[in-house]
Design a binder for this molecule. Structure first.
Ligand SMILES: Nc1ncnc2c1ncn2[C@@H]1O[C@H](COP(=O)(O)OP(=O)(O)OP(=O)(O)O)[C@@H](O)[C@H]1O
Length: 322
C-alpha cells in the first residue's frame, strides 16, 4: 500500500470528541472520539445500524450533535456547518445524479451548484482524472454500477474538497470495480486529500492507513490494521484435509473455539487460548490433516473485540475490576 502523505505530526482533518446523537430514546452515537490526520485514508467500520452514517452527517454539519464537540478541517462542527459543507465532498449511500442527464451534464450541474469558477475546465479535469472522458456523453442511467460510482465520486471532487467523506462507496459494485475504485481513492489521497470512508467489506480494512471500528454507537477499537490485529488475543490456524464441512461442524461445537470459517479450500479456526486451539486441532493433525498457524481475519478480530468490550462492561457493572 502506498505510504500516506501525512507525517505523524500532521494537523487533524477531523478532530471530534464525545460525539453523541440520540433519536428519541435511542442513543445511536454514544460519545465517539475520532481523530483523522490530514492526508490519510481513514476507515470507519461497523455492523449495520452501528451509527456510521449518523456520525458522518454530524461531521459535515448535516445533523446537529446532542453532545460532544470538535472540528472538521479546523472549522467548528456546531457553528461552521455551512463552511464545512463547501470544503468537503460527501458521497452518500445513494449515489446522487440524474439518470436522464449525461455524465458531462451531471457534473456541470454540480459545478454550478458549488459555484465553481471555471466550470468547463473543472468538469473536463475531473472527468479526465476518473477516466470518465470516453463516457462523457452517456446518460448516467445507462452507466454500469462501477461507472455510476465513479460519476458520484467525480461529483464529490468537482469543487476541489480537502476532505472526502465516502459512505459505503463500494457497496454493490463488482470486485474489479471495487479494486479500481480503491486505486482511485489512493491517488486522490496521494494528492493530499483526506479520505474518511465507511465500508462493510473486511478486505478493505487493509486499504486504509488507519481505522476506527464501532458497534452500537461505541468505539470498539482504533488503530492501523496491523495494530488492530496486534490488539487481539485471537490465535488462528488453517486446517486442510478431507470432509471439511463435517470438521467445521465438530469444531464449532467445541468450547473455547471463537470462530470457524471456510476460506480458500481451508478452514480457518480461531480461539482466544492457544492450547484450546491446539487441543481442538490435535485429532485432525493425528489423522494427517495439514495444520498451519495463520493471522486471524479482521472479521474474527472485530467480533472478538466486541466480546471483550461486552465482557468488560459486564464486569464493570458487576463491580469486578479486571
Ligand atoms: N433520522 C433518524 N431517525 C431515527 N432513527 C434513525 C435516523 N437515522 C438513523 N437512525 C437509526 O440510527 C441507527 C444508526 O443508523 P446509521 O445509519 O447511522 O447506521 P450505519 O452504521 O450507517 O448503518 P448502515 O451500515 O446500515 O448504513 C439505526 O438504528 C438507524 O435506524
Amino acid at each position: 500500500m502506498p505510504e500516506p502523505v501525512s507525517p505523524p505530526s500532521a494537523p487533524l482533518a477531523v478532530d471530534v470528541r464525545g460525539l453523541t446523537k440520540r433519536f428519541g430514546t435511542q442513543t445511536v452515537v454514544d460519545h465517539i472520539d475520532i481523530q483523522v490526520p490530514a492526508g490519510l485514508i481513514y476507515g470507519f467500520l461497523g455492523p449495520n445500524g452501528s451509527g456510521k452514517t449518523t456520525t458522518l452527517r454530524m461531521l459535515c454539519g448535516l445533523l446537529t450533535p446532542d453532545g460532544g464537540e470538535g472540528s472538521c478541517l479546523g472549522l467548528d462542527i456546531r457553528t461552521d456547518a455551512a463552511r464545512i459543507k463547501n470544503q468537503i465532498g460527501y458521497m452518500t449511500q445513494r449515489f446522487s445524479y440524474y439518470d436522464d442527464l449525461t455524465v458531462t451534464e451531471n457534473l456541470d450541474f454540480v459545478a454550478r451548484a458549488y459555484q465553481v469558477p471555471d466550470r468547463r475546465k473543472a468538469v473536463a479535469a475531473v472527468m479526465k482524472d476518473l477516466d470518465l472522458t470516453p463516457r462523457r456523453d452517456v446518460m448516467a442511467g445507462h452507466l454500469s454500477g462501477g461507472w455510476k460510482q465513479r460519476l458520484a465520486l467525480a461529483a464529490c471532487l468537482i469543487h476541489d474538497p480537502k476532505l472526502l467523506l465516502l459512505d459505503e462507496p463500494t457497496a454493490g459494485v463488482d470486485p474489479e470495480a471495487r479494486r479500481s475504485f480503491w486505486n482511485e481513492i489512493h491517488s486522490i489521497a496521494a494528492r493530499g486529500v483526506t479520505v474518511l470512508v465507511t465500508t462493510h467489506y473486511m478486505d478493505e480494512v487493509e486499504r486504509c492507513h488507519s481505522i476506527t471500528y464501532i458497534a452500537e454507537g461505541n468505539v470498539v477499537t482504533t488503530g492501523t490494521p496491523r495494530e488492530i490485529i496486534g490488539q487481539s488475543r485471537l490465535k488462528a490456524a488453517a486446517l486442510a484435509g478431507p470432509d471439511l464441512e463435517d470438521a467445521a461442524q465438530a469444531l464449532r461445537a467445541l468450547p473455547g473455539i471463537a470462530s470457524v470459517a471456510a476460506l480458500g479450500g481451508r478452514l480457518v479456526v480461531a480461539a482466544r487460548v492457544q492450547t484450546v486451539l491446539d487441543d481442538a486441532l490435535a485429532p485432525y493433525r493425528a489423522r494427517g490433516y495439514e495444520v498451519e498457524a495463520v493471522a486471524p481475519s479482521f472479521e474474527d478480530v472485530f467480533v472478538e473485540l466486541i466480546h471483550v468490550a461486552d465482557e468488560q462492561r459486564a464486569a464493570k457493572r458487576a463491580g469486578v475490576t479486571s
